[in-house]
Design a protein around this ligand. Structure first.
Ligand code: NAP
Length: 285
Protein backbone atom coordinates (compact mmCIF):
# COMPACT_ATOMS: atom_id res chain seq x y z
CA UNK A 1 0.00 0.00 0.00
CA UNK A 2 1.34 3.44 -0.91
CA UNK A 3 1.42 5.73 2.08
CA UNK A 4 0.08 9.26 1.58
CA UNK A 5 2.67 12.02 1.21
CA UNK A 6 2.38 14.39 4.17
CA UNK A 7 2.94 18.15 4.23
CA UNK A 8 3.07 20.32 7.33
CA UNK A 9 2.03 23.95 7.06
CA UNK A 10 3.12 26.16 9.94
CA UNK A 11 6.48 25.76 11.64
CA UNK A 12 5.54 26.12 15.29
CA UNK A 13 5.42 23.72 18.22
CA UNK A 14 2.86 21.27 16.83
CA UNK A 15 4.55 21.05 13.42
CA UNK A 16 7.91 20.50 15.13
CA UNK A 17 6.64 17.63 17.29
CA UNK A 18 4.60 16.03 14.52
CA UNK A 19 7.40 16.44 11.99
CA UNK A 20 9.98 14.77 14.24
CA UNK A 21 7.58 12.04 15.34
CA UNK A 22 6.70 11.26 11.71
CA UNK A 23 10.40 10.78 10.95
CA UNK A 24 10.55 8.41 13.92
CA UNK A 25 7.80 6.19 12.49
CA UNK A 26 9.33 6.29 8.99
CA UNK A 27 6.62 8.47 7.50
CA UNK A 28 8.57 11.72 7.13
CA UNK A 29 6.80 14.80 5.85
CA UNK A 30 7.70 15.60 2.24
CA UNK A 31 7.14 19.35 2.53
CA UNK A 32 7.07 22.17 5.06
CA UNK A 33 5.04 25.28 4.26
CA UNK A 34 5.53 28.60 6.04
CA UNK A 35 5.03 32.30 5.50
CA UNK A 36 8.49 33.22 6.76
CA UNK A 37 11.51 31.23 5.53
CA UNK A 38 13.58 32.88 8.25
CA UNK A 39 11.33 31.85 11.16
CA UNK A 40 10.73 28.36 9.73
CA UNK A 41 14.43 27.82 8.94
CA UNK A 42 15.51 26.03 12.15
CA UNK A 43 12.62 23.54 11.95
CA UNK A 44 13.15 22.96 8.22
CA UNK A 45 16.81 22.20 8.93
CA UNK A 46 15.89 19.83 11.76
CA UNK A 47 13.43 17.98 9.49
CA UNK A 48 15.75 18.00 6.46
CA UNK A 49 13.26 19.97 4.35
CA UNK A 50 13.26 23.21 2.39
CA UNK A 51 10.80 25.94 3.37
CA UNK A 52 8.08 26.26 0.73
CA UNK A 53 5.12 28.60 0.45
CA UNK A 54 1.95 27.10 1.96
CA UNK A 55 0.47 26.54 -1.53
CA UNK A 56 3.62 24.84 -2.84
CA UNK A 57 3.84 22.58 0.23
CA UNK A 58 0.18 21.62 -0.14
CA UNK A 59 0.69 20.92 -3.85
CA UNK A 60 3.41 18.38 -3.02
CA UNK A 61 1.30 16.24 -0.68
CA UNK A 62 -1.75 14.02 -0.30
CA UNK A 63 -2.34 14.83 3.39
CA UNK A 64 -1.84 18.42 4.51
CA UNK A 65 -1.69 19.25 8.22
CA UNK A 66 -2.47 22.92 8.95
CA UNK A 67 -0.40 23.33 12.13
CA UNK A 68 -1.42 26.95 12.77
CA UNK A 69 -3.30 28.71 15.55
CA UNK A 70 -7.08 28.51 15.55
CA UNK A 71 -7.75 31.96 14.09
CA UNK A 72 -5.32 31.29 11.22
CA UNK A 73 -6.86 27.98 10.09
CA UNK A 74 -9.78 29.27 7.97
CA UNK A 75 -7.89 32.12 6.20
CA UNK A 76 -4.90 29.85 5.51
CA UNK A 77 -7.18 27.11 4.18
CA UNK A 78 -9.00 29.61 1.96
CA UNK A 79 -5.68 30.84 0.49
CA UNK A 80 -4.63 27.44 -0.90
CA UNK A 81 -5.79 25.85 -4.19
CA UNK A 82 -6.85 22.35 -3.12
CA UNK A 83 -7.28 19.15 -5.15
CA UNK A 84 -10.15 16.72 -4.71
CA UNK A 85 -7.74 13.85 -3.93
CA UNK A 86 -6.34 15.56 -0.81
CA UNK A 87 -7.05 15.22 2.90
CA UNK A 88 -6.76 18.54 4.74
CA UNK A 89 -6.37 18.43 8.52
CA UNK A 90 -6.11 20.91 11.33
CA UNK A 91 -4.61 20.20 14.74
CA UNK A 92 -6.92 22.31 16.88
CA UNK A 93 -9.07 20.99 19.69
CA UNK A 94 -11.47 23.93 19.81
CA UNK A 95 -12.10 24.74 16.14
CA UNK A 96 -14.86 22.89 14.28
CA UNK A 97 -14.08 21.36 10.89
CA UNK A 98 -16.11 24.03 9.10
CA UNK A 99 -12.93 26.14 9.31
CA UNK A 100 -11.76 23.85 6.47
CA UNK A 101 -14.82 24.65 4.32
CA UNK A 102 -12.68 26.04 1.47
CA UNK A 103 -10.92 22.68 1.07
CA UNK A 104 -14.22 20.83 1.25
CA UNK A 105 -15.65 23.13 -1.44
CA UNK A 106 -12.79 22.04 -3.72
CA UNK A 107 -13.78 18.39 -3.16
CA UNK A 108 -11.01 17.55 -0.66
CA UNK A 109 -11.72 15.51 2.48
CA UNK A 110 -11.25 17.30 5.80
CA UNK A 111 -10.33 16.01 9.23
CA UNK A 112 -9.24 16.99 12.72
CA UNK A 113 -6.12 15.62 14.43
CA UNK A 114 -5.73 16.97 17.95
CA UNK A 115 -2.96 15.56 20.16
CA UNK A 116 -4.05 15.76 23.81
CA UNK A 117 -0.56 16.74 24.83
CA UNK A 118 1.33 19.87 25.83
CA UNK A 119 3.93 20.63 23.15
CA UNK A 120 5.83 23.60 24.55
CA UNK A 121 9.25 23.14 22.92
CA UNK A 122 9.58 24.81 19.49
CA UNK A 123 12.47 22.53 18.48
CA UNK A 124 12.18 19.14 20.19
CA UNK A 125 14.65 16.36 19.49
CA UNK A 126 13.38 13.23 17.74
CA UNK A 127 13.35 11.40 21.08
CA UNK A 128 11.41 14.18 22.83
CA UNK A 129 8.84 14.26 20.03
CA UNK A 130 8.41 10.47 20.05
CA UNK A 131 7.94 10.58 23.83
CA UNK A 132 5.37 13.38 23.52
CA UNK A 133 3.09 11.14 21.44
CA UNK A 134 3.70 7.90 23.33
CA UNK A 135 0.59 6.69 25.16
CA UNK A 136 -1.44 9.87 24.63
CA UNK A 137 -4.92 10.22 23.11
CA UNK A 138 -5.25 12.00 19.77
CA UNK A 139 -8.67 13.47 19.03
CA UNK A 140 -9.78 12.45 15.52
CA UNK A 141 -12.74 13.78 13.56
CA UNK A 142 -12.97 12.44 10.00
CA UNK A 143 -15.17 10.72 7.47
CA UNK A 144 -15.11 6.88 7.47
CA UNK A 145 -12.31 6.41 4.88
CA UNK A 146 -9.92 8.97 6.31
CA UNK A 147 -10.71 7.88 9.85
CA UNK A 148 -9.31 4.36 9.32
CA UNK A 149 -6.09 5.69 7.83
CA UNK A 150 -5.74 8.33 10.54
CA UNK A 151 -6.28 5.72 13.25
CA UNK A 152 -3.44 3.71 11.73
CA UNK A 153 -1.17 6.78 11.93
CA UNK A 154 -2.23 7.44 15.53
CA UNK A 155 -1.41 3.86 16.51
CA UNK A 156 1.93 4.02 14.64
CA UNK A 157 2.82 7.05 16.78
CA UNK A 158 2.20 4.96 19.91
CA UNK A 159 -0.98 6.91 20.71
CA UNK A 160 -4.68 5.99 20.91
CA UNK A 161 -7.49 7.56 18.85
CA UNK A 162 -10.24 9.49 20.60
CA UNK A 163 -13.29 10.19 18.45
CA UNK A 164 -14.39 13.82 18.54
CA UNK A 165 -18.02 14.79 17.99
CA UNK A 166 -18.85 17.71 15.71
CA UNK A 167 -20.42 20.54 17.71
CA UNK A 168 -18.74 19.45 20.98
CA UNK A 169 -15.29 20.87 20.40
CA UNK A 170 -15.58 23.97 22.61
CA UNK A 171 -16.65 21.80 25.57
CA UNK A 172 -13.99 19.18 24.79
CA UNK A 173 -11.28 21.83 24.53
CA UNK A 174 -12.42 23.59 27.71
CA UNK A 175 -11.91 20.23 29.43
CA UNK A 176 -8.43 19.91 27.91
CA UNK A 177 -7.58 23.44 29.06
CA UNK A 178 -8.88 22.69 32.56
CA UNK A 179 -6.58 19.63 32.70
CA UNK A 180 -3.58 21.61 31.42
CA UNK A 181 -3.09 25.34 32.01
CA UNK A 182 -5.79 25.65 34.68
CA UNK A 183 -3.56 23.54 36.94
CA UNK A 184 -1.08 26.41 36.98
CA UNK A 185 -3.38 28.79 38.87
CA UNK A 186 -3.28 26.89 42.20
CA UNK A 187 0.43 26.18 41.68
CA UNK A 188 1.07 29.92 41.26
CA UNK A 189 -0.93 30.65 44.42
CA UNK A 190 0.98 27.90 46.26
CA UNK A 191 4.39 29.24 45.14
CA UNK A 192 3.62 32.82 46.18
CA UNK A 193 2.19 31.84 49.56
CA UNK A 194 5.01 29.36 50.28
CA UNK A 195 7.56 32.04 49.34
CA UNK A 196 6.06 34.37 51.96
CA UNK A 197 5.85 31.65 54.60
CA UNK A 198 9.40 30.38 53.98
CA UNK A 199 11.12 33.68 53.17
CA UNK A 200 12.32 32.57 49.73
CA UNK A 201 11.51 33.41 46.10
CA UNK A 202 8.44 31.97 44.36
CA UNK A 203 10.79 30.00 42.04
CA UNK A 204 12.54 28.45 45.04
CA UNK A 205 9.16 27.71 46.60
CA UNK A 206 7.99 26.07 43.35
CA UNK A 207 11.10 23.85 43.32
CA UNK A 208 10.09 22.63 46.78
CA UNK A 209 6.43 22.14 45.83
CA UNK A 210 6.90 20.52 42.40
CA UNK A 211 7.45 16.95 43.67
CA UNK A 212 4.22 17.27 45.66
CA UNK A 213 2.32 18.28 42.53
CA UNK A 214 3.94 15.48 40.51
CA UNK A 215 3.12 12.96 43.24
CA UNK A 216 -0.50 14.07 43.21
CA UNK A 217 -0.75 13.54 39.44
CA UNK A 218 0.89 10.12 39.75
CA UNK A 219 -1.55 9.16 42.52
CA UNK A 220 -4.50 10.43 40.46
CA UNK A 221 -3.46 8.21 37.54
CA UNK A 222 -2.95 5.19 39.80
CA UNK A 223 -5.88 5.62 42.21
CA UNK A 224 -8.35 7.97 40.51
CA UNK A 225 -9.07 11.61 41.38
CA UNK A 226 -10.82 10.96 44.71
CA UNK A 227 -8.07 8.49 45.65
CA UNK A 228 -5.41 11.16 45.16
CA UNK A 229 -7.09 13.68 47.46
CA UNK A 230 -4.96 14.47 50.50
CA UNK A 231 -4.84 17.07 53.28
CA UNK A 232 -7.78 18.47 55.24
CA UNK A 233 -10.31 17.88 52.45
CA UNK A 234 -9.50 14.14 52.47
CA UNK A 235 -9.71 13.89 56.28
CA UNK A 236 -12.54 16.36 56.97
CA UNK A 237 -10.20 18.39 59.18
CA UNK A 238 -12.36 21.47 59.64
CA UNK A 239 -10.01 23.22 62.08
CA UNK A 240 -7.01 22.93 59.72
CA UNK A 241 -9.05 24.25 56.80
CA UNK A 242 -10.32 27.12 58.91
CA UNK A 243 -6.72 28.02 59.87
CA UNK A 244 -5.73 28.02 56.19
CA UNK A 245 -8.50 30.48 55.34
CA UNK A 246 -7.58 32.78 58.22
CA UNK A 247 -3.89 32.79 57.22
CA UNK A 248 -4.62 33.85 53.65
CA UNK A 249 -5.87 37.27 52.70
CA UNK A 250 -7.22 39.16 49.72
CA UNK A 251 -7.68 37.49 46.32
CA UNK A 252 -5.67 34.39 47.34
CA UNK A 253 -8.14 33.68 50.18
CA UNK A 254 -11.01 33.85 47.67
CA UNK A 255 -9.22 31.61 45.15
CA UNK A 256 -8.23 29.09 47.83
CA UNK A 257 -11.80 28.96 49.16
CA UNK A 258 -13.16 28.48 45.61
CA UNK A 259 -10.65 25.70 44.92
CA UNK A 260 -11.58 23.89 48.13
CA UNK A 261 -15.29 24.32 47.35
CA UNK A 262 -14.63 22.77 43.93
CA UNK A 263 -13.08 19.78 45.72
CA UNK A 264 -16.24 19.10 47.78
CA UNK A 265 -17.60 16.39 45.42
CA UNK A 266 -14.30 14.45 45.62
CA UNK A 267 -14.08 15.05 49.38
CA UNK A 268 -17.63 13.73 49.80
CA UNK A 269 -16.60 10.54 48.00
CA UNK A 270 -13.74 10.15 50.49
CA UNK A 271 -15.32 11.10 53.81
CA UNK A 272 -19.05 10.62 53.17
CA UNK A 273 -21.87 13.16 53.08
CA UNK A 274 -22.17 13.56 56.88
CA UNK A 275 -18.51 14.50 57.47
CA UNK A 276 -18.46 16.64 54.32
CA UNK A 277 -21.12 18.87 55.91
CA UNK A 278 -18.47 20.29 58.26
CA UNK A 279 -16.29 21.18 55.28
CA UNK A 280 -19.26 22.80 53.50
CA UNK A 281 -19.94 24.95 56.56
CA UNK A 282 -16.38 26.22 57.01
CA UNK A 283 -16.05 26.98 53.28
CA UNK A 284 -19.17 29.17 53.17
CA UNK A 285 -18.04 32.71 52.32
N1 NAP B 1 1.29 23.44 21.26
C1 NAP B 1 0.47 22.57 21.81
O1 NAP B 1 0.67 22.12 22.94
C2 NAP B 1 -0.72 22.08 21.03
C3 NAP B 1 -1.29 20.85 21.41
C4 NAP B 1 -2.37 20.36 20.69
C5 NAP B 1 -2.87 21.09 19.63
N2 NAP B 1 -2.33 22.28 19.30
C6 NAP B 1 -2.94 23.03 18.19
O2 NAP B 1 -2.01 23.14 17.12
C7 NAP B 1 -2.25 24.36 16.43
C8 NAP B 1 -0.93 25.11 16.35
O3 NAP B 1 -0.52 25.43 17.65
P1 NAP B 1 1.03 25.64 18.00
O4 NAP B 1 1.13 25.59 19.47
O5 NAP B 1 1.86 24.74 17.17
O6 NAP B 1 1.21 27.15 17.51
P2 NAP B 1 2.56 27.98 17.34
O7 NAP B 1 3.71 27.30 18.02
O8 NAP B 1 2.22 29.37 17.69
O9 NAP B 1 2.83 27.89 15.77
C9 NAP B 1 1.93 28.41 14.85
C10 NAP B 1 2.65 28.45 13.51
O10 NAP B 1 1.70 28.80 12.51
C11 NAP B 1 2.37 29.62 11.59
N3 NAP B 1 1.41 30.33 10.75
C12 NAP B 1 0.41 31.15 11.12
N4 NAP B 1 -0.26 31.59 10.04
C13 NAP B 1 0.33 31.02 8.97
C14 NAP B 1 0.10 31.09 7.56
N5 NAP B 1 -0.89 31.83 7.04
N6 NAP B 1 0.91 30.37 6.75
C15 NAP B 1 1.89 29.60 7.24
N7 NAP B 1 2.16 29.50 8.57
C16 NAP B 1 1.40 30.21 9.41
C17 NAP B 1 3.22 30.53 12.47
O11 NAP B 1 4.22 31.10 11.69
P3 NAP B 1 4.84 32.56 11.97
O12 NAP B 1 6.13 32.31 12.64
O13 NAP B 1 4.99 33.11 10.60
O14 NAP B 1 3.85 33.33 12.83
C18 NAP B 1 3.77 29.48 13.44
O15 NAP B 1 4.91 28.83 12.92
C19 NAP B 1 -3.34 25.12 17.19
O16 NAP B 1 -4.58 24.89 16.57
C20 NAP B 1 -3.31 24.46 18.56
O17 NAP B 1 -4.56 24.49 19.20
C21 NAP B 1 -1.25 22.80 19.96
Amino acid sequence: MTLPRIALIGAGRTAAHLGQALIGVRRPAVALGARSAERAGPLAQALGLAVLSPAAAAQAADWVFLCVRDADIAPLCASIPWRADQLVLHCSGATELDALAAAQAAGAQVAGFHPLQLMANPLPTAAEAAQAFMGIRIGIEAGPDARLELEALVLALGAQPLHLQAGQRARYHAAANAAASALLAPLDLASRQAAQALGCTPDQAWAALAPLAEGTLRAARARGLAGALSGPMARAEVAVLSAHLQALAGPDEGLYRALMQALLPLATQRVGAAQAQGLVAVLKA
